[in-house]
Design a protein around this ligand. Structure first.
Ligand code: THU
Length: 146
């Protein structure tokens, strides 16, 4: 039994929350002051990869926490370890009601995950609700074939 299997779903989610809260502290948000932390769990080795939002004085150059987490995983482990391998994602903010992933990030998640991907929406005290990618982005852009 590997390490991942020996932990309950609740423990795995607790670890995700911890990782997301930790990385949220590193958010670079001099313009909005709004810190976001995201952690994803990959199948296989059960690795957690996290990301925070990074803003820029040219506002459009800002990158959201979700995309930083996914792109970090890509850079670290390669596409085979990421595409179809994201088991769950947790996003944490201090917003009330808790913030959900923006549409741009949902479309990026769509590139690497299926509609059943669980998305946990958390505030600093814990997970407030769980939804799925398919629920949040029911009609993703998926083809440019002519
Ligand atoms: N932000 C994220 O990190 N993720 C989202 O899904 C929505 C917005 C960031 C971008 C910016 O740094 C701040 O939140 C305010 O929009």
């Amino acid at each position: 039994m590997n390490e991942q299997r020996s932990r309950s779903p609740e423990q795995l989610r607790e670890e995700l929350l911890h990782a997301a809260r930790q990385v949220r502290n590193n958010a670079y948000v001099p313009y909005s002051g709004f810190k976001v932390g995201v952690a994803i769990r990959l199948a296989g080795n059960g690795e957690l990869v996290s990301g925070c939002n990074v803003e820029n004085v040219s506002y459009g150059a800002t990158v959201c926490a979700e995309r930083n987490a996914v792109f970090t995983a890509l850079g670290r482990y390669g596409v085979n370890a990421v595409k179809g391998q994201i088991e769950e994602l947790l996003l944490v903010t201090d917003a009330d009601p808790p913030a959900v992933p923006c549409a741009l990030c949902l479309q990026v998640l769509q590139e690497f995950a299926g509609p059943r991907l669980p998305i946990h929406i958390a505030d600093l005290t814990g997970i407030r609700r769980t939804t799925t990618l398919g629920e949040m982005l029911p009609q993703p852009f998926s083809s440019f074939e002519r």
